[in-house]
Design a protein. Sequence first.
Length: 57
Amino acid sequence: MFALWNDVDERFFFSLDDNGGVKISEEEHDGLMSGQAIGYRIIQGADGVPVLSSDVG
């Protein structure tokens, strides 16, 4: 699974194929989707990896 940050939309594009982003595990992706489903935002962490945030933004 790959996660590519898009500055224009300020969100990640996730893909099973290499989309030029950072590689994450399917478990990490599942955790991000679960967090987003209960109100967390997926943001770009300091190292470019997607992380959950409770900040509205």
